[in-house]
Write a protein that binds this ligand. Structure first.
Ligand code: ZN
Length: 72
């Protein structure tokens, strides 16, 4: 995907920090291959949330069962 210099509009190959034509500093290329998109972050957080909720839910259930056993 070629980029264009925001100042002189020259077509630039990827990975340049400066425009070779006018010397303008170029913004870093978007889309770090290792970076997660917000969508992926949400899925990841949801999974972590579920994972953290599982022991809490189990402990809660166990408590209820204990209460029932105690009072019945
Ligand atoms: Zn330029």
């Amino acid at each position: 995907m070629p980029t264009f210099c925001p100042k002189c509009n020259a077509m630039l190959p990827d990975g340049l920090e400066k425009c070779p034509r006018c010397g303008t500093k170029l913004p870093k290329a978007p889309g770090d291959p290792n970076a997660l998109t917000p969508q992926e972050w949400r899925v990841l957080l949801l999974e972590a949330y579920k994972f953290a909720l599982l022991p809490v839910g189990l402990a809660f259930l166990l408590g209820i069962i204990c209460l029932i056993l105690l009072y019945v």
